[in-house]
Design a protein around this ligand. Structure first.
Ligand SMILES: Cc1ncc(COP(=O)(O)O)c(C=O)c1O
Length: 340
């Protein structure tokens, strides 16, 4: 088996998670009759400090349901240029909801709230595009697992909310931000009008995300989920995996963070130009190198899988299926692959 560091989405359900799935009580969720889905939705809504939540097959769908709820066709969403919603969801906001986007640049996902607020142009019609919402991502994936400080989100909220501009939080890895910062999930969650979270990343569930928001927005999101083909039937089997993950796989994310830092330290000790290990906050680490495709290929030949981000950057991600021994082996392989 290769050591798969491409993403935290590659985990396989544990035996205990499979047992929870097998034992799940289920019903037809399109009729609103699946008690396990209902329990998961209630629990996540409460964790995030919102009235309601809706279970979706993917984080992409949860994000897009959130954006659709906040931004009307022809209005704009502001986000950073490396945000998953604009870089990796195949133009869904434009293709499916008629939403335009305007972006700011950031090397690591962090943002200057005052500068973002200054970009915002609510109520700019009838000749100009009006800003309806801002999207932020916490932790920031392509930024390298960066934890966005609560203070930045709070400042952004304080500046934008009075102008009628809404906030969407892509919290695919909000669990990691919570464990790394010890900020309660609901403190992040309450700052946003819509929040997406994923169960299928660091938490190790095979499938599943949720969108949390007000009761009305979630009711509307359910309509759009069905319209987009995301109405699912006896899906309590998957919701049970999510509930199991919430019980057993949140606090252990700290282990992933420690292992990511250990691997980063080992690489930086031999290849100091590749990364600054002191910037590693969670489970995602970005490495700079002159020829990233060659490094990824060399590591693959030695049984370590990495993600290619662009010609000069690659990424490794620690997760539930990566142990201390894997980190030790991967460190040697990575250092060799980087030519040291
Ligand atoms: C930050 C972020 N948001 C959203 C998503 C989308 O999740 P999914 O792959 O379930 O659509 C991802 C997936 O990696 C992600 O990293």
């Amino acid at each position: 088996m290769p050591i798969d560091l491409r993403s935290d989405t590659v985990t396989r359900p544990t035996e205990a998670m499979r047992a929870a799935m097998a034992a799940a009580e289920v019903g037809d969720d399109v009729y609103g009759e699946d008690p396990t889905v209902d329990a998961l939705e209630r629990r996540v809504a409460e964790l995030l400090g919102h009235e309601a939540a809706v279970f979706t097959p993917t984080g992409t769908m949860a994000n897009q349901l959130g954006i659709r709820a906040l931004v009307a066709p022809g209005q704009e969403l502001l986000c950073d240029a490396d945000a998953h919603v604009v870089r990796a969801e195949l133009g869904a906001a434009a293709a499916l909801a008629g939403v335009t986007t305007r972006t700011w640049s950031t090397p690591d996902g962090r943002f200057d709230a005052d500068a973002v607020a200054a970009m915002s142009r609510p109520g700019a019609g009838p000749y100009f595009v009006s800003t309806a919402a801002v999207a932020v991502e916490n932790t920031h994936n392509f930024g390298g697992g960066t934890v966005i400080p609560l203070a930045s989100m709070q400042r952004l909220r304080d500046l934008t909310q009075p102008t009628g501009v809404a906030l969407h939080l892509d919290g695919a890895r909000l669990w990691n931000a919570h464990v790394a910062s010890r900020v309660p999930l609901a403190m992040y969650g309450r700052l946003a009008d819509t929040v997406s979270v994923c169960l299928s990343k660091g938490l190790g569930a095979p499938v599943g995300s949720l969108l949390a928001s007000s009761r009305d927005r979630v009711a509307e999101a359910r309509v759009w989920r069905k319209r987009l083909g995301g109405g699912m039937r006896q899906v309590g089997i998957l919701a049970a995996a999510g509930l199991h993950a919430l019980d057993h796989h949140v606090e252990r994310l700290a282990d992933d963070h420690v292992r990511a830092r250990r691997l980063a330290d080992a690489v930086a000790a031999k290849v100091p130009d590749a990364l600054d290990p002191t910037t590693v906050e969670t489970n995602i680490v970005v490495i700079s190198t002159a020829d990233a495709p060659a490094v990824v290929a060399r590591a693959r030949d030695e049984g370590v899988l990495l993600s290619l981000l662009d010609p000069t950057h690659l990424r490794f991600v620690t997760h539930l299926d990566i142990g201390d021994d894997d980190v030790e082996v991967a460190a040697g392989v990575l250092v060799r692959a980087l030519g040291a």
